[in-house]
Design a protein around this ligand. Structure first.
Ligand code: GRF
Length: 204
């Protein structure tokens, strides 16, 4: 069975969507570890409730936190096959990206390659989309490479935002889509239905 590690920094609603999809048997996988850069957050509470070990990580020396240098070791310790970034705000170290090439995915709350990159997270994304007057936004799940929001796109779903009155309204609509799209991609990966052919990601 696919063994997953989820990286989180916030409320954890995408993490919860994965937990639910596994609990209901939609995805045949298990979440063996959660990694976070926060001391407290909603996602940690979800992990605790589900008895999933939580590793606090920091790129600085911080009491109670593991160093970034040991992330790969911890992933190996749990025999992790897939790393899922579900609202993780920090950059994954290059060494981990190299070691887990095409095995790390991220959910982004817009249609990449627009509205991505450093600083484009959370409400910043939705504000930029709102201010651009774009009529469509959506969610993207992509492989993670060494550049923020740059890896190959696995799946996207568009959301009509032509009638929204605020960035918050965009966030609300896109989040619902994220909660469908991320479990969908994990399910496909767990079934071996995601392939990279000639530099394009094919989902069967
Ligand atoms: C989501 O919109 C995700 O796409 C973005 O940060 C938000 C995290 O929300 N990267 P949650 O913690 O999953 O509720």
């Amino acid at each position: 069975m696919l063994k997953i590690a989820v990286f989180v920094s916030g409320r954890g609603s995408n993490f919860q969507a994965i937990v639910d999809a596994i609990a209901s048997g939609i995805i045949k996988a298990q979440i063996n570890a959660v990694f976070t850069d926060k001391d407290l957050c909603g996602a940690i509470e979800i992990a605790d409730k589900n008895l999933i070990p939580v590793y606090k990580i920091s790129n600085l020396e911080k009491p109670g936190f593991y160093s970034y240098n040991v992330i790969t070791e911890l992933l190996y310790k749990h025999s992790i096959d897939l790393v899922v970034l579900a609202g993780f705000l920090k950059k994954i170290p290059d060494s981990v990206v190299e070691e887990y090439k095409n095995k790390i995915i991220n959910i982004h709350p817009a249609l990449l390659p627009s509205f991505g990159g450093a600083g484009m997270y959370g409400m910043n994304v939705h504000r930029a989309v709102f201010n651009s007057s774009a009529k469509i936004s959506g969610a993207t799940v992509h492989f993670v490479d060494k550049v923020y929001d740059n890896g190959r796109i696995i799946a996207q779903e568009a959301v009509d935002i032509s009638d929204v009155k605020s960035p918050e309204e965009i966030a609300e609509r896109v989040l619902k889509t994220e909660h469908r799209l991320l479990p969908f991609v994990i399910k496909k990966i767990s079934e071996g239905k995601v392939e990279i052919i000639d530099n394009r990601v094919i989902v069967h």
